[in-house]
Ligand binder design. Structure first.
Ligand code: UDP
Ligand code: MG
Length: 310
């Protein structure tokens, strides 16, 4: 099978028939063998009925329905487990992403050898204040922190080599950072394609402004775990040692000054500062040990993805 299209959706009943027909048309025009995996993320409208009907009309359509709303990342993750195509395309269900981009994305993966190609909504049709400006800032920080040169990390339209989706885990709200997760798993040929973006035709957006707050917290988590997830002591131990050392030096200085009768211990601010640093260092060290104990008992510590054996 050439292509699997994964579509996470939450209350998108109006868009689905149109989207499905459009994808089908593009696939037929280009002679692709394909499947569409629609993951209904606990919709409360008639989305699932629509998917069942589409499935009866077209055997290429498959549906997975969640018991409740788990979020876009969960939907993508389950979709990724189910796919069979050599190239996997993800797209939003709301018709904002255009299936006409699929052939070029497919070509980039199969001919140009990319692991992942991300869409770039160069011209956006969302509200400026709520999305465009914060998202520019968000993309800039993610670029700086991850070293991946993408303009639009959060674009729903992306293409992957099958191995990539089978080797990454998307959870929480990490769908914004799939390129970062992929890079961290060793898939670093990451490309970009300018894609057309449409105004939302039906329904409303499912993400509010808190997307940016959560987005940033997730970015810190992801950078921390990728660097220190397997050896937390390398982080806590280092910061803790520096803090302890600074505190200790300050304490010696304070003691010397006290012996020369230059200060009173309890009235000197430096005495308290030195105590604070020593205490912080000890606590950080403790956190490091606890982190080590936790990773020691986790199966994750020795999980390596093997690419090939001969
Ligand atoms: N979505 C989902 N689960 C959720 C929220 C959203 O599967 O909890 C889907 C949604 O149906 C759409 C895609 O994720 O297909 C992107 O959502 P939306 O269009 O609301 O985001 P925006 O385009 O505003 O960034
Ligand atoms: Mg949308």
């Amino acid at each position: 099978m050439d292509i699997s299209v994964v579509i996470p959706l939450f209350n998108e009943e109006e868009s689905l028939p149109e989207l499905c027909a459009w994808i089908d048309r593009v696939m037929k025009d280009n002679n692709f063998t394909y499947e569409i995996v629609m993951v209904d993320d606990g919709s409360t409208d008639r989305s699932w009925e629509v998917i069942s009907r589409l499935q009866q009309e077209n055997a290429q359509v498959h549906g997975i329905r969640f018991q409740r709303n788990y979020g876009k990342s969960a939907a993508l993750n389950v979709g990724f487990e189910a796919v069979q195509g050599d190239v996997v395309i993800t797209m939003d269900a709301d018709l904002q992403d255009s299936p006409d981009e699929i052939p070029e994305l497919y070509r980039k993966i199969t001919k140009d050898g990319y692991d992942l190609v991300s869409g770039w909504k160069k011209v956006r049709y969302d509200s400026k204040i709520a999305k465009n400006i914060p998202s520019k800032f968000f993309n800039w920080t993610t670029r700086r922190m991850s070293g991946i040169k993408l303009h639009d990390f959060n674009c729903g339209l992306k293409a992957y080599r099958k191995e990539v989706v089978k080797n990454i885990e998307v959870y929480g709200e990490m769908h914004r950072y799939i390129p970062v997760i992929a890079k961290w798993e060793g898939f670093n040929k990451i490309g970009e394609q300018v894609v057309k973006h449409q105004k939302r035709k039906y329904g409303t957006t499912k993400f509010g402004l808190n997307r940016f707050v959560n987005g940033y917290l997730d970015l810190f988590t992801i950078m921390f775990i990728s660097k220190f997830g397997k050896q937390p002591m390398h982080f806590f131990g280092l910061v803790g040692s520096v803090s302890f050392l600074l505190g200790f030096i300050a304490f010696i200085v304070v003691c010397v000054l006290r012996l020369c009768n230059r200060i009173h211990l309890t009235t000197s601010v430096w005495f308290y500062v030195s105590m604070l640093f020593i205490l912080m260092g000890t606590v950080l060290f403790l956190a490091g040990f606890l982190g080590e104990l936790i990773t020691r008992n986790s199966t994750y510590r020795n999980q390596y993805k093997i690419k090939e054996r001969i």
